[in-house]
Ligand binder design. Structure first.
Ligand SMILES: [Zn+2]
Length: 287
C-alpha cells in the first residue's frame, strides 16, 4: 500500500497589488503639482468606513502599576489633570476619565516639556502641573498588541478617528494607494516614525492638496495628504520624531467638499505603496 503524502502547498494567494503609481521625482526640486509629478492618486472616500473592531484580547499580564495617572484612571485627580492640559491649550475633555484623548494630550505635553512621551502622568509630571494625587481608581494597563508593526512607530492621527482596509479600492485615479483615516477638521497629525521631511507644500498642490512626504533612516517613505495645515516650524529637511505634531487634518486637494481625513501611504524604500492597514492596526492605541 502506498501512502500518499500531500504536502501542504498553496501559500495564500496574494491579492494582486495595484501597480504602484508614479513616484514624484527623487529630489526635493520637483515642482509640486508639475504635470506628471503630482504626488499620487488621492481621492475622496466613497463609502463610510466600517469602524475598526478590536481583536480578541489576550489576558494582560498585570504590570506593576507605577504611581501616577494612566489610561483607565478615573476621578477628581484625572479631572484636575485634564483642566491643566486645557489651560495649556491641549484640547481634552474634562470628564474625570483618563481615556485615549487624555493620554494623547499628556503625550503632547510631555513632548513640549522635553520628556519621554509615555502618555502616563507620573508623580513628577503631576507635581510640575500642580496636581496632587488623592484617590486614584486605576485600571490595569491595556494588553500589549499581539501584532507588531513593520514600519510604523506611532499612529499618525490623534483623537477620534476611524479607518478601514480600503487599500486598492477603486477610485477615480485608479486603485487607492493608501488608507484613509477619517476624523475631524483640525485633529492633530503626528509623525508616525522618526524621519526627515523630504517634501511638503503649504499651498494646495495636486490631488493631495496640502501634503508632506517623510523618509526614514531606512529610506522608507510616508505620505500625508489632504492636510489642513502644516506646523509652522517644519520645512523640507526638517527632522521629526515619532509622535511629534506635524500639522492638522483637513480635506484639501481632491478631498475638498468630502469628509476630513488623512490619506496615508507607506512606500518601502521609496517604491510602490503597500497596504498600511496592518501596520496602522498594530500601532493603533484605540484598538
Ligand atoms: Zn485616500
Amino acid at each position: 500500500m502506498l501512502a500518499v503524502v500531500t504536502l501542504a502547498v498553496g501559500a495564500p494567494t496574494l491579492a494582486a497589488s495595484p501597480m504602484p503609481d508614479r513616484l514624484p521625482g527623487g529630489g526635493t526640486s520637483v515642482a509640486p503639482g508639475a504635470p506628471g509629478t503630482a504626488p499620487l492618486p488621492i481621492d475622496p472616500p466613497v463609502v463610510t468606513p466600517a469602524p475598526v473592531t478590536a481583536p480578541a484580547v489576550a489576558p494582560a499580564p498585570p504590570g506593576p502599576p507605577a504611581p501616577g495617572l494612566r489610561l483607565g484612571a478615573r476621578g477628581s485627580d484625572v479631572r484636575a489633570l485634564q483642566r491643566r492640559l486645557r489651560v495649556r491649550g491641549i484640547r481634552v475633555p474634562v470628564n474625570g476619565t483618563y481615556g485615549r484623548v487624555t493620554r494623547a494630550g499628556v503625550r503632547i505635553l510631555q513632548r513640549r516639556m522635553g520628556l519621554e512621551a509615555t502618555g502616563i502622568a507620573n508623580a513628577a509630571l503631576l507635581g510640575r502641573l500642580g496636581v496632587r494625587i488623592r484617590a486614584v481608581a486605576s485600571a490595569p494597563p491595556p494588553p500589549p498588541s499581539a501584532v507588531t508593526a513593520t514600519y510604523l512607530k506611532a499612529f499618525p492621527v490623534v483623537g477620534d478617528y476611524s479607518y478601514s482596509d480600503d487599500f486598492g479600492a477603486p477610485r477615480g485615479q485608479g486603485p487607492h494607494q493608501g488608507n484613509d483615516i477619517m476624523g475631524q477638521m483640525g485633529m492633530p497629525l503626528v509623525a508616525c516614525v522618526d524621519a526627515t521631511i523630504s517634501r511638503l507644500t503649504r499651498t494646495e498642490s495636486g490631488l493631495g492638496g496640502i501634503w508632506i512626504w517623510f523618509v526614514d533612516a531606512q529610506g522608507n517613505e510616508y505620505y500625508y495628504a489632504h492636510m489642513e495645515s502644516i506646523s509652522p516650524e517644519l520645512r523640507a529637511g526638517s527632522q521629526v520624531t515619532t509622535g511629534q505634531v506635524v500639522g492638522t487634518m483637513g480635506m484639501t486637494g481632491d478631498a475638498r467638499g468630502t469628509t476630513p481625513h488623512l490619506h496615508f501611504e507607506i512606500r518601502p524604500s521609496g517604491g510602490g505603496s503597500i497596504n498600511p492597514f496592518s501596520d496602522l492596526r498594530a500601532v493603533d492605541p484605540r484598538k
